[in-house]
Design a protein around this ligand. Structure first.
Ligand code: ADP
Ligand code: MG
Length: 699
């Protein structure tokens, strides 16, 4: 790496040991390089000077004015001391207010001199005032003009009079120092030319001190590309290394099980998306390399049948298969639906969970070893060491985000050659994110729901509407449908949340005396929980009051209403998962979001997204915009703590794709990055990721 990374910031003109310590502590800036790569997060336009007479409205941006101070008037005493100044530009007056440094401001600003003031005018007592404006003596040459970058600062820095301008001046001083000659562009000239990118030095100048909007945007584009390119390069390089090492079983033929089930067992035609995905999987299974595929599909899109057909291919080739589900309820449901399908072609299925008794466990162990059990369905119990296989060839993992990476790895060791792995998730992850986070997995998407599904009608309701909501639920029940009532439960608030749930249960029992009401929550013993769930699943109970334990996978097609209490406390993707529990049958289904009336605008937006859309991918994109990708479900569990400096996965999808393609092209030509240009890239890669987690090895 170029030695700007070794240049200690404390030797930069205008810094010194004290400020250096502050920069290191507050902004993690240690070297010249760190400073240059600390970009503004937004820009303000200082090219326009407004007339005070033109200021109107009550929600204004920051603006600048040119004029003179007319009066300075201190108010208040002690801690309440403040300074008011009247500022005139000849067209009108505006008030400036300071709460700090009253004395020094009063001493340094003069009446009669021309100043530029900058800040956000707020309506106040029939006029406008600006709190803590930026003030500069007006010189036609040095007045700030054009775009000015705004940097992230901390309170501590602000208290020490560190402003965006301070940082800008420091950057300018690096750019003027002889050290800058050591700056080397990590991107090759070929790449710059191909993507029409600004060279590094120009880009640094234009991102900190842009001459025009266009240059600023080109600089941003370059740094986004650079960041994403190295991210992808790192992922793909590691994946290539791993794939090269891992051969896989070849499932060459399609036999009686698959064909027999396809002809006699399928109760519905597959959707186009299901067929396409099965083709993608078949190509993997025949390739001679281990499959690591992520199957994404919105709730209800029909992933189970795809998994089942894949398992039949394994069996046709003489191998065994398993499905691992995150909860006992889900494993049991899979067992029920899959053993029914498997019976059509005489395939033997077992169920292994934490509550499987000793005798049944022994029988399963024996059956797996002698190969008489061809499919095993279960919870984590099936990765225990005592579970030995005759010839495990395929492992399906349902609802991926509940499983850690380490658990996936344990599955691999169940055979001398690691089995093929199909990971299914209903957490719709935006494509840009999955390409990056699951860069090591190939991704298939079922982007089509089975025909005849009606989108779930979603409504937002408040406490005052409660009777009307119950009335509606009653109507559905009378038509023979079932209902979920869901309560939030978070650990910090567990006691109160459980009380809410139990109070709710009481109310529901009283409101619907003629129906059977059951409840489940995560604190119940599995046996008890399963018994209650079973009552609901079989239709013996009509209302299920529950916490989010029902979020994943539960399939009761007759349930047509879901009421979500305190919906404002749920995240978007969680709401979407929950809502996916209804709308699984042919009837119109409903989701009612109950919320407090007083909620923040972000929360209102979130709930409105749910009302407006049933598309899991759209919702995931919105979620990512609201929360930032670091918080997305699935990214944390994947063990990747990553933060991007400038690129934004939610909005920079096209750049991600471009960077990914380019990284692949580079690695196809030079897999070990050994060419002279490859070495430059590799050095930078080591500089960037050498200290951090090695993403590619994570799964
Ligand atoms: P998920 O993707 O959420 O796991 P499931 O596999 O549980 O979805 O499927 C949801 C429901 O849709 C099941 O009842 C299943 O039988 C049904 N289904 C799946 N594929 C089709 C299809 N092509 N046509 C009609 N119904 C389908
Ligand atoms: Mg499922």
């Amino acid at each position: 790496m170029n030695d700007l990374t070794q240049q200690d910031i404390k030797y930069l003109k205008g810094v010194g040991p004290k400020r250096a310590e502050l920069l290191a502590q507050e902004l993690d800036i240690h070297s010249y390089y760190d400073l240059l790569y600390d970009f503004p997060f937004r820009y303000i336009d200082r090219s326009k000077i407004y007339r005070i007479a033109d200021v109107a409205g009550d929600s204004l941006p920051s603006m600048q004015f040119k004029g003179r101070f007319i009066t300075f008037t201190p108010h208040g005493e002690g801690r309440k001391r403040r300074l008011h100044a009247l500022f005139s530009d000849g067209t009108g007056t505006i008030e400036c207010v300071w709460f700090n440094r009253v004395k020094s401001i009063q001493e340094s600003y003069k009446t009669g001199i021309e100043y530029i003031i900058y800040g956000q005018p707020k309506p106040y007592n029939g006029t406008y005032s600006i709190i803590h404006p930026e003030v500069d003596v007006y010189h036609p040459e040095t007045a700030p003009k054009g775009l000015v970058g705004i940097y992230n600062l901390t309170d501590k820095l602000r208290n020490r009079n560190f402003t965006s301008r301070t940082l800008q001046k420091l950057v300018a001083s690096v750019l003027q120092s002889p050290a800058i000659d050591a700056l080397r562009d990590p991107l090759t000239p070929k790449m710059l030319a191909r993507r029409n990118l600004l060279p590094l030095r120009e880009a640094i100048t234009s991102i900190h001190l842009p001459a025009t909007v266009e240059l600023m945007q080109r600089a941003q584009f370059r740094f986004k590309y650079e960041e994403l390119f190295f991210l992808e390069l790192n992922i793909i390089k590691n994946v290539k290394g791993r794939n090269a090492k891992l051969p896989g079983f070849v499932f060459a033929h399609i036999g009686d099980c698959f064909n027999g089930f396809y002809k006699r067992g399928l109760k519905f035609p597959l959707t186009g998306a299901q067929k396409r995905v099965i083709k993608e999987i078949r190509a993997d299974l025949g390739s001679g390399r281990q499959m690591n595929r992520l199957l994404q599909g919105d709730v209800g899109s029909g992933k189970t049948i795809v998994a089942f057909l894949t398992m039949l291919i394994a069996i046709d080739n003489g191998y065994q298969a398993c499905i691992m589900a995150p909860t006992e309820i889900l494993a049991t449901q899979h067992y029920e639906s899959i053993s029914e399908m498997a019976a059509v072609v005489g395939v033997n299925v077992g169920l292994l969970t934490g509550s499987t008794g000793k005798r049944e466990r022994d029988r399963l162990h024996a059956g797996l070893l002698d190969g008489s059990i061809q499919i095993l369905i279960g919870t984590h119990a099936l990765i225990e060491d005592s579970v030995q296989w005759r010839n495990l060839g395929l492992a399906v993992i349902d609802e991926q985000h509940r499983f850690g990476v380490a658990q996936r790895a344990r599955l691999w060791r169940k055979n001398t050659t690691p089995p093929h792995v199909l990971v299914m998730t209903a957490t719709p992850i935006p494509r840009t994110l999955s390409m990056t986070v699951y860069g090591d997995l190939d991704v298939s998407v079922i982007d089509e729901l089975p025909p005849g599904r009606k989108p779930v009608t979603t409504r937002l309701r408040y406490e005052k509407d409660r009777q009307e909501v119950y009335h509606f639920v009653g109507t559905e029940l009378r038509h023979g449908r079932q209902a979920y009532i869901v309560y939030p439960l978070i650990e910090e608030n567990e006691k109160l949340d459980l009380k809410d749930l139990m109070d709710g249960y009481e109310t529901i029992c009283q409101t619907f005396p003629h129906y059977r009401v059951v409840y489940v929550h995560g604190k119940m013993k599995p046996k008890e929980k399963n018994a209650q769930m079973e009552l609901f699943a079989s239709g013996k109970a009509q209302i299920l009051v529950a916490t989010t334990v029902i979020e994943v996978g539960v399939n009761v097609p007759n349930a047509s209403v879901m009421v979500i209490e305190n919906a404002e406390r749920f995240g978007l993707s969680q709401l979407h998962q929950l809502r996916g529990r209804v709308g699984r049958g042919a009837d119109q289904s409903y989701c009612i979001l109950m919320s407090k009336y007083q909620i923040s605008s972000d929360t209102r937006h979130r709930l409105q997204v749910m009302v407006d859309s049933c598309d899991g991918f759209k919702i995931a994109e919105e979620d990512m915009k609201l929360r930032g990708p670091g918080d997305m479900e699935g990214t944390q569990q994947s063990g990747i703590a990553f933060s991007l400096n400038i690129a934004n996965l939610a909005t920079d999808g096209p750049i991600v794709e471009m960077a990914r393609n380019d990284a692949m092209t580079v690695l196809d030509a030079d897999p070990e990055l050994q060419s002279p240009q490859g070495q430059v890239l590799n050095q930078h890669l080591n500089f960037l990721f050498g200290r951090k987690v090695n993403w590619g090895l994570i799964s």
